[in-house]
Design a protein around this ligand. Structure first.
Ligand SMILES: Cc1cc2nc3c(=O)[nH]c(=O)nc-3n(C[C@H](O)[C@H](O)[C@H](O)COP(=O)(O)O)c2cc1C
Length: 324
């Protein structure tokens, strides 16, 4: 991973996670040679079509890294097949008290309790409207009361190639919940009716059999209500004293063993032809291959971008080409 693992990561990791995120944001605003830094393969064999959207490669950047949409130009230039921005809410949000991100380097994992800080739908529409992204931008919107979510969708759809609904549904840990299912069905219907963009629903992971039934039921509900695909998965809730809130969402390698199994189960539950974006602990070309073989059309990364730096998209895309 070259300069990043030799120097860059040490410099970033000497700062707190949020301070290093701010530094990364300032760097992404500079006119650096992002295409060269990313080093993504442009091999035509990498091209995929996701719910009708042509992508140059199947490696997307997951939601939550670019929480304002201000960096879609540099992030697209790095070579990601697509960039998910947000999650956005109707009104601006400050998020939870700090500390709200902790790194667990030995596990190549993180836990966060950001609480969706973001500038709100109006400001974000202005930010996105002022930029030309070299890769399709997917806009992540929050699971809010219907009118708020619809307003966010209407403000941001014009700037999006696709929408990803961040469906948190906390009850899946304890199995199926009819309230979650009815709420998701209503929200997905309302959103899908008001946009011509494909709508993906991002679900939480399942680590137990009880949670599995709940997540698979939500995937089918989303499909029946008019979603164009599923992103699986978001972070997994855990307790940690290192965050002010005492708990947060686990991301990174600790999630990995579950990701291809979740993809396979969701693909099977939704009939096999329904697009699935794999997310959770993806670090290597072999991980990407395992997710694609399990039925995913694309993958999304976040924590490996933090641990392995901006060359991750080059490493993954070149590795997929070399192993195909
Ligand atoms: C600091 C941080 C913030 C995140 N914020 C969001 C968010 O706003 N919306 C969302 O859908 N997912 C968010 N995620 C979850 C990631 O998009 C991804 O689903 C999860 O981290 C698992 O992938 P990974 O193991 O590659 O990181 C966040 C993750 C991290 C680490």
């Amino acid at each position: 991973m070259g300069w990043y693992s030799a120097v860059g990561r040490r410099a970033f990791f000497a700062l707190s996670p949020e301070a290093s995120h701010r530094v990364a944001g300032r760097m992404l605003s500079l006119p650096l040679p992002w295409v060269r830094i990313g080093g993504a393969s442009t091999d035509p064999s990498l091209a995929v079509t996701l719910a009708g959207i042509p992508l140059r490669n199947p490696v997307g950047l997951a939601a939550g890294f670019d929480k304002t949409g201000a960096h879609v130009d540099a992030l697209g230039a790095l070579g990601f097949g697509y960039v998910v921005v947000g999650t956005f809410t109707r009104e601006p949000r400050k998020g939870n008290p700090s500390p709200r991100i902790a790194r667990f380097p030995r596990q190549r994992s993180m836990v966060n309790s950001m609480g969706l800080p973001n500038p709100g739908a109006e400001a974000s529409a202005t930010t996105l409207g002022a930029r030309t992204a070299p890769a399709p931008v997917f806009v992540s919107i929050a699971d809010e009361p219907r009118d708020a979510a619809v307003a966010t969708l209407e403000l941001l759809s014009p700037h999006a190639a696709a929408i990803e609904l961040n469906a948190s549904c906390p009850n899946v840990e304890w199995g199926r919940d009819g309230g979650d299912e009815a709420h998701l069905a209503e929200l997905v219907k309302a959103l899908a009716d008001r946009t011509d963009r494909p709508l993906f629903v991002k679900l939480p992971p399942f680590l137990t059999d009880a949670a599995r039934d709940g997540v698979l039921a939500l995937a089918r509900v989303a499909q029946d209500a008019g979603a164009a695909g599923i992103t699986c998965s978001n972070t997994h809730p855990v307790a940690t004293e290192r965050l002010a809130s005492g708990k947060g969402g686990l991301s990174g390698r600790a999630l990995w063993p579950h990701t291809p199994k979740i993809v396979a189960a969701v693909a099977q539950a939704t009939g096999g032809a329904f697009p699935v974006n794999a997310c959770g602990g993806i670090f290597t070309p072999g991980d990407v291959r395992a997710c694609l073989d399990a039925g995913a059309t694309t993958v999304q990364v976040y924590t490996s971008f933090i641990y392995d730096g901006p060359g991750i998209v080059g490493m993954l895309t070149r590795g997929i080409v070399a192993h195909s």
